[in-house]
Design a protein around this ligand. Sequence first.
Ligand code: THU
Length: 134
Amino acid sequence: MTPPATDVDWDALRALAREAMTHAYAPYSGYAVGVAALVDDGRTVSGCNVENASYGIGLCAECGLVSELQRTGGGRLTHFTCVDGNGEILVPCGRCRQLLYEFGGPGLLLETPAGILPLSEMLPQAFGPQHLTK
Ligand code: THU
């Protein structure tokens, strides 16, 4: 069961995202990003953006997060936060909402500038794994 938003230490999760952000490699955009999430078994995972001289193939912080999720045993994301280079709460980009949907589904709770919201509100009518099995 996903713990409700109020039972989660969002400050601690945001601190982990801020720490991850300090490892960003963003020489092209100059825009560092850090993310962190809780997993349904109590683990935490995090990530930072890693850019590339071929600008379009840079990796968002969420790419690192889902990679760490899978590498450390899989599971489902339950709570997620994202911060910018100033440590301020940031919304995940559109593509990364899709990544989060794959591993957290519509009930994943996101910390956003507008409060704690389920992914179903950040990515309505999502295309997902369920469509491929129809
Ligand atoms: N970025 C992320 O890492 N995650 C997001 O959700 C938003 C954007 C990165 C990509 C790029 O390295 C930089 O922010 C500027 O777009």
